[in-house]
Design a protein around this ligand. Structure first.
Ligand code: NDP
Ligand SMILES: O=C1OC[C@@H](O)[C@H](O)[C@H]1O
Length: 374
């Protein structure tokens, strides 16, 4: 069997999501590349890092160099791509340093706190001749690819989209210092979850032909009985000349915060997370919208009838291998090793960040100005 090319990763922080992404991608047999972690930076101790490697069953932990300075790692280590997964307000400064060091970057969603910061990173990535990509991993899953390539071109003009990403990650026992409640860490449902719900709107309305979709309404309720007006139940309405989209988020509804999120994934919801309604068909995507494995398609009209005269419907199953955050790793690795510098999904990420800027403006969702500087 042909030897796979090795892609050497550096990870910036021992984050929760890194403890999901790294075990998902490292040594994955069905990946195009042999993904290997060669370095990690942490503000914690080396002992904590070693325990983290063990707890997360990372392969070959003795070969991973641990840095206590992310800047030094970016300046010195020999790796192909850096994975940035600190809280969102830190992404921008870390990307600027990585770009200065001519590093290829996979940065967690949302890439930055606002569209202007990401536009600056896009400009620098193009100047430096490196590959940059927002880790909007949902875009690269099999079901999402099937929707974009096979369904959207066949269902006619999309006229309306409902897109929700809500789950009760905030419960009575979550500390105010958690990144989900600490505004200094970018807390708020719009940036954390809305980025997914808005990505589905972008896929539905711009998947075939890019239009001019604008935010026309935005309202927000804060997390009850918590300090600092952290946005929770958000409603954002977007429109273009042909279609309307309604986006909702919440960190407190529906249901309780038990069992924890990753256990709750199997919970069936009263309604799908996403509904894309077009002339020839509606496509529904069950919860969780971050990791679709089924597309429920209801066809309409005489061209789509069963023998008994009813209109066809189908459930298209596109299972995800592993957790699913690894698919994006192969995409950025291919751009790096095929020497295709640039920003993967630059337009898509910028559109969604711009919609979040406008939704925040209309709903008065604000952060400390120093988190928003360009
Ligand atoms: N794609 C996905 O499915 C998910 C994506 N995310 C995204 O990933 C990012 C991180 O989220 P999550 O993993 O929950 O974050 P965590 O709460 O786990 O924190 C991330 C890590 O960042 C480091 N860190 C935190 N604060 C600071 C600081 N002030 N200075 C330096 N380092 C700091 C710490 O690492 P250390 O102790 O090693 O220094 C911490 O463990 C967010 O942008 C989020 O949106 C989150 C969850 C899922
Ligand atoms: O990206 C995410 O996915 C689901 C949750 O882990 C978390 O709220 C969010 O950051």
């Amino acid at each position: 069997m042909e030897q796979k090319q090795t892609c050497r990763w550096a990870a910036l922080s021992l984050s929760n999501i890194a403890s999901v992404f790294l075990p998902d991608v490292l040594g994955r047999e069905d990946a195009e590349y042999e993904h290997k972690l060669v370095a990690i930076s942490t503000t914690g101790s080396n002992e904590r890092a070693q325990k983290w490697f063990k707890d997360n069953k990372l392969p070959d932990p003795d070969s991973i160099v641990v840095y206590n300075s992310w800047r030094t790692m970016l300046e010195q280590d020999d790796f192909d791509i850096v994975y940035i997964s600190t809280p969102h307000p830190l992404h921008y400064e870390e990307m600027l340093k990585a770009l200065e060091c001519k590093r290829n970057i996979l940065v967690e969603k949302p890439a930055t706190m606002n569209a202007a910061q990401y536009r600056k990173c896009i400009e620098l990535a193009n100047q430096q001749g490196v590959v940059l990509m927002e880790a909007m991993w949902t875009r690269y899953l099999p079901a999402t690819k099937y929707l974009k390539d096979e369904l959207l071109p066949k269902i006619g003009k999309v006229r309306r989209v409902y897109s929700d990403f809500s789950f009760p990650i905030v419960g009575p026992d979550l500390q105010d210092t958690s990144r989900f409640l600490d505004k200094a860490a970018g807390a708020g449902a719009l940036l954390d979850q809305g980025v997914y719900a808005l990505t589905w709107v972008d896929l539905a309305l711009n998947g075939v032909e890019v239009g001019a979709t604008k935010v026309v309404h935005s309202s927000s309720w804060s997390v009850p009985e918590r300090p600092d007006e952290v946005d929770d139940i958000n409603t954002v309405v977007l429109a273009n000349k042909d279609a309307t989209a309604i986006v909702t988020t919440s960190m407190t509804i529906p249901g309780s915060s038990k069992p924890p999120f990753y256990v709750r994934l199997s919970a069936q919801k009263a309604a799908p997370s996403v509904r894309i309604e077009a002339a020839e068909a509606s496509v529904a995507i069950p919860f969780p919208p971050i990791r679709p494995e089924e597309l429920h398609v209801q066809w309409y009209g005489y061209a789509h009838l069963n023998d008994d005269g009813t209109e066809k419907n189908e459930i298209i199953k596109k299972p995800v291998s592993g957790w699913g955050t690894w698919y994006q790793a192969d995409i950025i690795a291919a751009a790096v090793f095929n020497k295709q510098p640039g920003v993967i999904g630059a337009e898509e990420s910028s559109r969604v960040l711009g919609w979040m800027d406008e939704a925040r403006r209309l709903a008065n969702i604000t952060y400390d100005k120093k988190l928003e500087q360009v």
